[in-house]
Design a protein around this ligand. Structure first.
Ligand code: ZN
Ligand code: ZN
Length: 186
């Protein structure tokens, strides 16, 4: 069993905790809080990051419509959206991803923990100033929804081949995300 987990972790299908025996992430699912909760009709999940939370209703056929809830990392304001398969949820909030796609696996828990949704530009700037972080990528909820919609296609099927973010330029470009952060020169 432990060998199996280690193999899956080595292939980046799972992320294990420091003990090497507990599953922390099995994207888009998480067993630790990373700022999001995802509530379906029958299941309540830790949502992982913004990307993962928006992906769950696209991936789980039994839960095609969920409530995604989070708080703004800058000011603590609560935010919630109904996320479903048909169209992006309305909302003026902005996503901010801190770690460029070529570096996401350096520390994937840190990466996911910093893929968040803020009230807007002012809160992103305040958070960057207070944390000393450099701006990563900022985009709206519609782009986040398009990013999440098909990223994990096939994830629950046998024989799934994991996408490597650093190789997924074409997918990112197709959903409107490009530039150096997404692995492409500006
Ligand atoms: Zn805020
Ligand atoms: Zn994530």
């Amino acid at each position: 069993m432990l060998h199996g987990l280690a193999d899956l972790a080595a292939a980046r299908h799972l992320v294990l905790g420091a003990d090497g025996a507990t599953v922390v992430l099995a994207h888009p699912f998480a067993t630790i809080p990373l700022g999001f909760a995802v509530m379906g009709a029958r299941t309540l999940w830790w949502g992982g990051c913004a990307w993962d939370s928006f992906a769950i209703p696209h991936l789980v056929d039994d839960e095609p419509e969920v409530l995604v809830a989070t708080t703004c990392p800058a000011c603590g304001s609560p935010h919630a959206w109904i996320v479903e398969r048909g169209a992006p949820p309305p909302g003026e909030q902005l996503a901010h991803f801190l770690v460029p796609v070529s570096r996401v696996w350096d520390d994937v828990v840190h990466t996911c923990g910093n893929q968040r949704i803020f009230c807007g530009r002012g809160c992103i700037d305040a958070w960057l100033a207070s944390t000393g972080n450099r701006e990563g990528s900022v985009f709206d909820l519609a782009a986040l929804w398009r990013l999440a919609a098909h990223w994990y296609d096939g994830r629950l099927d046998r024989g799934y081949t994991r996408r490597e973010p650093s190789e997924a330029h074409a997918y990112f470009e197709s959903v409107g995300l490009s530039g150096e952060f997404w692995g492409l020169p500006e």
